[in-house]
Design a protein. Structure first.
Length: 277
């Protein structure tokens, strides 16, 4: 049988175009889209970044009872601290187990969320900024992360800015992202100052995003204003009772319920900027 060269060429071009179109679609769902943002932004001066280029095995983040010890140093000297084992999480008062949960592998900070000593276990790391402190007044905090299973019903994140004063609720609290890892992404601004009370807060807008997909979560905290961005979508923009005192960034990942599910929370990168007046 004689083959038609024009038809074969057309078929080859069609197949090539199909592959070109499909490749980015697959990449969006399965892999981080880009590396850590480096450099200053308009109104913000970069004071920290980490894309987790230096591997660290499970057990290397061990901390028995000193929240001020550096437990991980990155490839470019980045420093991380973590809540120690003697600290309890917020809801079920279980020990934080960075020693069994945290590692760095294949360019990700990994939270291996699973039962430890018969109960669910989380971890709560925090970066040390270029100044040598965890704290600053105002800043921009951004992280790219996902979980690799939809079944982590007994795990809850509240990645937050917490006041150095430890005065709560008076000095406020900024939580984004927040929520059960098996559900949609939320967030809250807890009011500071004269507007503060235990229940005085406003929620971020729920746009249906899920923790199982790669997303970038950003807190922008400036004088008199707080904004939360989920990728490029503003989900909270508030000028009410904004904190005015130094705060630190905690990637608080804790237990909230019973069960024996297991999965990994993967952090592709984290970055921090100071407010540039």
């Amino acid at each position: 049988m004689t083959r038609n060269p024009a038809r074969l060429l057309g078929r080859s071009v069609l197949q090539m175009l199909t592959l070109i179109l499909l490749i980015p679609i697959a990449a969006c769902g399965d892999a981080p889209a880009r590396g850590v943002p480096r450099g200053d932004l308009p109104g913000w001066k970069q004071v920290f970044f980490d894309d987790f280029d230096r591997d660290a095995p499970v057990g290397s983040w061990t901390n028995e009872c000193s929240p001020y010890d550096v437990v991980y140093t990155g490839a470019e000297g980045q420093q991380w601290l973590t809540y120690p084992r003697c600290y309890r999480d917020t809801f079920d008062r279980r020990p934080y187990r960075a020693d069994e949960v945290l590692s760095v592998d294949n360019g990700n900070l990994v939270f291996d969320l699973h039962n430890v000593d018969g109960m669910p276990a989380g971890a709560n790391p925090s970066p040390r900024l270029r100044s040598g402190s965890q704290y600053q007044t105002y800043g921009r905090y951004s992280v790219r992360m996902r979980v690799d299973t939809p079944d982590l019903e007994e795990y809850y994140v509240a990645w937050l800015l917490w006041p150095q004063s430890e005065r709560w609720p008076q000095d406020g609290e900024l939580d984004f992202p927040e929520g059960w890892l098996a559900r949609t992404v939320g967030g809250y601004q807890h009011f500071a100052g004269a507007g503060s009370c235990v229940g005085c807060k406003i929620p971020a807008r729920d746009i249906g995003a899920r923790f199982t997909d790669w997303h970038t979560y950003t807190i922008e905290w400036s004088p008199g204003r707080v904004r939360y961005l989920l990728d490029d979508t503003v989900v909270l923009d508030s000028t009410r009772w904004v904190p005015t005192t130094p705060m630190r960034w905690q990637l608080q990942t804790e237990t909230r319920g019973d069960g024996d599910s297991r999965g990994r929370l993967l952090v592709d990168w984290a970055a921090v900027w100071s407010y540039d007046k």
